[in-house]
Design a protein around this ligand. Structure first.
Ligand SMILES: Nc1ncnc2c1ncn2[C@@H]1O[C@H](COP(=O)(O)OP(=O)(O)OP(=O)(O)O)[C@@H](O)[C@H]1O
Length: 255
């Protein structure tokens, strides 16, 4: 299968004052196939979010290479990187970063209007379709401040999908949600993945990771293990078994 994202010897070092450096990513090699659903787990501070930001070009790596869809991202200018992110990547964060003075609908369509890949009519139709799929169609013209945490996360998902990206990067997408909303959000992401969108998700939650097909375990700036779970099928009753299998492995890894 074709590769969508690959890091080789990826390093990220933060400079903390004149003589002190923190090596947060240490020669990380990760490969993701088109349409794959991968989770990154590991102790707090091990570098998971940093990995996500550097692999998506949100942050600049210190050394190594990252190829996205055959393109070496470290060679791109800021403008080229913004374009790549706008057209080909979607982002879902715990803190969401939605614009407070816009309605739910406007928050979702904004990046599509900027990308200009389709007509305004097509964009509006797509936004409505996504809102229906994620169960927030009634909120379209509400102010963003009137939405609950779970609803906001759905808005974030619609926004991430509006330009039909090849890949979604999600940092703790369920971190601020109760377990019912978290399950619903993960089911939506699993559906999105079924349509062929690759997803890289950073999470502390075994229930979230159990719905992905491969889990990477990160310790102190390195990937030290990986667990293959295979595609998750929502129609079967296998989720408990996957969670148990993953929990056992995480215990072995020292999680
Ligand atoms: N901009 C920055 N400047 C300096 N150090 C940073 C910066 N961003 C992150 N770090 C440091 O890099 C290390 C890894 O942070 P990162 O957020 O990637 O970890 P994480 O595994 O995602 O943690 P958590 O699970 O707690 O979210 C931490 O020690 C953090 O303090």
């Amino acid at each position: 299968m074709e590769v969508v994202l690959e890091s080789k010897q990826l390093c990220k070092t933060y400079r903390l004052g004149k003589h002190h450096h923190q090596h947060v990513l240490k020669n990380v090699n990760v490969q993701m196939k088109k349409g794959e659903f991968v989770a990154v787990m590991g102790p707090s501070g091990s570098g998971k979010s940093t990995l996500l930001y550097n692999m998506s070009g949100m942050d600049r790596m210190t050394a190594g290479t990252v190829m996205f869809d055959g393109q070496e991202i470290s060679t791109l200018s800021e403008t080229e990187l913004s374009k790549l992110r706008l057209h080909h990547m979607g982002f879902i964060f715990q803190g969401i970063h939605l614009l407070k003075n816009l309605s739910v609908f406007d928050n979702i369509i904004l990046s599509a209007y900027l990308a200009k890949k389709s007509s305004r009519h097509q964009i509006n139709e797509r936004a409505l379709e996504l809102m229906q799929q994620t169960g927030i169609a009634d909120l379209a013209h509400h102010d963003i401040t009137q939405a609950s945490g779970g609803q906001l996360q759905r808005v974030g998902i619609c926004r991430a999908l509006i330009n039909d990206p090849e890949m979604i990067f999600a940092d703790e997408p369920t971190g601020a949600l109760n377990s019912k909303s978290a399950t619903e959000i993960m089911d939506i992401l699993a559906d999105v993945n079924q349509t062929g969108t690759a997803i890289l998700v950073v999470t502390h939650d075994v229930k979230v990771a159990a719905k992905t097909e491969r889990v990477l375990y990160m310790v102190d700036g390195n990937i030290v293990g990986e667990k293959l779970l295979g595609k998750y099928n929502q129609n079967t009753d296998e989720i408990k078994a996957r969670e148990e299998k993953l929990s056992r492995w995480l215990m072995e890894m020292g999680f």
